[in-house]
Design a protein around this ligand. Sequence first.
Ligand SMILES: [Fe+2]
Ligand SMILES: [Fe+2]
Length: 472
Amino acid sequence: MLTKDLASATSGAAAATAILNARNVYNRLLESPENPQARLESRLFLQQQLAWTCQRPHDFPTEPTRLTHWMEQNTLKVGERYAGYLDRRGQGAPRQYFSTRSQALSFLQQVAPTKLVDGSWLYGSLQHWKDIRFSGLILTYLEELGEGDPSLNHVILYRRLLAKNGCDTLPEFSDEHYVRGAIQLALAYNADQFLPELVGYNLGYEQLPLHLLITAFELAELNIDPFYFTLHITVDNASTGHARKAVEAVQACMPIVDDKKNFWRRVSNGYRLNDLGLSADAIVQSFDLEDELLRMLERKRIYGQNIHSDFCTIGGLTVNDWLSAPGRAQMFLKTLEEKRWIIRNEDPQKSRFWRLIDGPQAPMTGVFDGYEKQLLHDWISAQNVTRQAPPKRRNFRRYRKRSTTNYRVSSDRTDSSGDVNQEVRCVQRELLRLSHEQRMQRLIHYMSPSKHTSPAGLFATREFVCAFSGEV
Ligand SMILES: [Fe+2]
Ligand SMILES: [Fe+2]
């Protein structure tokens, strides 16, 4: 059936391109996951990704019995490489990932399509809440959702991280940026047909990667709260955390009467899905401060081209003139520099242009968001990585404590009256009329990747946690 789906869909190249576009799959599964066409497209997309990934080299063990040893070896290797990184940094080496704060913020934005569906690949496991083989996967999903506590829900944490740094208005990304999120959502809604691939994917995603450690460390150095990343270092740990549960889930789902070899091959393919899409390293390497700045100015041009007053000219043109046609941003910046509106390699405060946009009393306050201002700031000051102070190792703890305190919200908040809680009261009333089985189905409905961060979704998650803890 699935092979037939793929064959018929790929018979026309144009149709296949349209159908298998990662961004389309991603958006449609978030907006209308019940739509049969969206479901079909997501299956085709998964099959295509699996077909690609099968041909790539991999380090996955050939025998299930070697799985635990393989995970422990991976953890050891990552630990050793991280120790090497810390040593180099301690001796004065520059940051490996983020030479500037704007690069770090750009990274946070570019991984957002994946992080905003964090945990979603496990959603389909909820349907099997009565089956003991799925309990590890379900517990992991519940933890991704913070068990209904918004201060621990991973997607909410990520949204807050973006908002706190003024980079929650995401620019348009390439299709490649959506590949990982689309794979995750496609697994969420096709769990029953892709169980071996799902447990394999989960196994790969929950292993501790080196880039997570480096990212958390360098964000802290740049005064950007790394809590979202440090949280994953702890909850995904290989001793008792999600990485260990992922190994146990593979073992629990291993068939005892069917073709074990085929199952294992499919687990391996699912594991390798983690290699697709943009890696952290690729995102880091693709960043160019001036290119990013020019792209940002080009985006803003559309909104600013007719609203500047014409009382002053820069290089013989009004600001509206400069913004009236695409492709002038570089020349505009150069002219601002020549006319001393911008003084590069100096504190941005010395630049008249910067004083126009920075601070609550600035004439253009609010025109640029946090990320956009950071790009301008870093470009003007021409921040150089080699000038950074050597890192301090105690950064994480400071942030973790503060974050937990700031983000914790009483889980009773949704029980108070008022319009803002209307949604939760509706769900509560709805649940009262249902049998236990129907009730669980309704809770699962509200715990989907696009709903679990809403008040109703958080409430449903808390209810599910209570019911599920009675089952396991
Ligand atoms: Fe997570
Ligand atoms: Fe996790």
